[in-house]
Design a protein around this ligand. Structure first.
Ligand SMILES: [Fe+2]
Length: 185
């Protein structure tokens, strides 16, 4: 661990302070979290931190930090198996620790009047490399991603539960399904 790397707890403390300081200011919150996570991601030993967890969308996942509300998660994103666009009802971050992923943020382009139907418009479509960071937040809290390399690992921060009923979208045919999962990822 290099001299500038920080512990998961110190990273979480800085994020918690940023959440308090920047309520309602997503760009400022994101910038503060990006700095704190950047220091955590300099560590080479993240696999040895925290505890295993069961992920919703991903195969291998660990809690780097969890205090009952704030979570910092480390997870492997299998190459070529896209995580479909989904919403959260709260903000969520995505950083890349190892590998590369394509990360797309969407907004709803329809008025939500037809149950089961949704039209998505991509508003941010980029390749995230190690150290890169993105935050999705309501009303644009829809994203999907796919690993572009084997050995791609992401880090996600979320504060508190997701909304009870989350949408998983199928942009290719303009539909969605509802899934009930309150825990992270
Ligand atoms: Fe997500």
């Amino acid at each position: 661990m290099s001299a500038t790397a920080i512990s998961a707890r110190d990273c979480a403390r800085r994020i918690a302070d940023a959440i308090e300081a920047h309520r309602g200011d997503v760009p400022a919150l994101g910038a503060a979290m990006e700095r704190a996570l950047g220091e955590l991601m300099r560590r080479d030993d993240l696999f040895e931190l925290g505890a295993p967890r069961e992920g919703n969308n991903v195969a291998v996942s660990r809690y780097l930090y969890f205090d009952g509300e704030l979570s910092i998660l480390l997870y492997e994103v299998p190459k070529g198996r896209p995580i479909p666009p989904h919403d959260h009802g709260t903000w969520e971050t995505v950083s890349v620790w190892r590998g590369r992923m394509r990360h797309v943020v969407y907004e709803r382009a329809d008025d939500g009047a037809r149950p089961g139907h949704a039209e998505l418009r991509a508003i941010d479509d980029r390749v995230l490399a190690p150290g890169d960071f993105a935050i999705v937040a309501p009303p644009r809290d829809i994203h999907g991603f796919v690993a572009l390399e084997d050995g791609t690992w992401g880090i996600t921060v979320v504060n508190g539960p997701y909304k009870a009923e989350r949408h998983y979208y199928r942009p290719e045919d303009g539909t969605y399904e509802i899934r009930r999962q309150r825990n992270a990822r």
